[in-house]
Ligand binder design. Structure first.
Ligand code: PGA
Length: 244
């Protein structure tokens, strides 16, 4: 099974999302060997979930709060994400970590909350350019994954997204991706109960239809988490086809 996940970030108004769904669905055929998901901004979750309901495209949140409800102005809970049609949630994206101060501590609670509300967490991990240059990549991945020791065994997907490759057009080299993914898989084996099964590890960072086939040839790569290229319905449909 391969996985292709669109992260729309803070893009699209309602009519743009409607146009995307129409164009994408015209080009898309569900395949038993590909799991496709789209993470729209909050105001579009319900309409996107409605468009894809019978077409086997999952809808994810881009973030969620650990508490089910309460006085947290501007936040959305896992219960609320589930209520509007999400079946998963992206957690720990580097933009959340860097721009909104999301900590590993907070992420441990969010992963637990996602599990409690039957949302599949897609946990993002990855090093900054300075961390890579200082030779700290594997230490960073180790620290970011260690939160799973506190959450208990939980089904999840992981995305390896080197921060320097996100939105920059600079894709990581095959050897860098292989090293990181092998490390992540080994760490996950020490953290996860055997009954959880294999955890898919996706690659993210400047994925495009031009480079995706090469990425999919890497045995450790289970699919892609895609930002920029996922905003174009033809490109996103191509990525899904390439994974099939
Ligand atoms: P990008 O974003 O594909 O635009 O690099 C990936 C991501 O942020 O998940």
């Amino acid at each position: 099974m391969r996985f292709v996940v669109a992260n729309w970030k803070m893009n699209f108004l309602s009519d743009q999302a409607r146009d995307f769904c129409e164009a994408f669905l015209a080009d898309y055929t569900a395949s038993p060997s590909v799991t496709t998901a789209i993470a729209p901004p909050f105001h579009l979750i319900r309409p996107v979930a409605d468009s894809f309901r019978s077409r086997q495209v999952r809808v994810f949140g881009q973030n969620g709060h650990a508490d089910p409800k309460g006085a947290f102005t501007g936040e959305i809970s896992m219960a609320q994400l589930q209520d509007v049609g999400c079946s998963g949630v992206i957690l720990g994206h580097s933009e959340r970590r860097q721009l909104f101060g999301e900590t590993d501590e907070a992420l441990a609670a969010k992963v637990k909350a996602a599990r409690d509300w039957n949302l599949l967490p897609l946990l993002c991990v990855g090093e900054t350019l300075e961390e890579r240059q200082r030779g700290q990549t594997l230490d960073v991945l180790d620290r970011q994954l260690s939160i799973l020791a506190r959450t208990g065994p939980t089904p999840l997907w992981v995305a390896y997204e080197p921060v320097w490759a996100i939105g920059t057009g600079l894709r990581a080299e095959v050897a860098q991706i292989r090293e990181a993914h092998a490390f992540i898989q080994a760490k996950l084996r020490t953290l996860m109960a055997p009954n959880i099964g294999p955890v898919p590890v996706l690659y993210g960072g400047s994925v495009t239809p031009e480079n995706f086939p090469e990425l999919l040839d890497i045995p450790e790569v289970a699919g892609g988490l895609v930002g920029g290229a996922s905003l174009d319905p033809a490109k996103f449909a191509t990525l899904v086809k390439q994974a099939g």
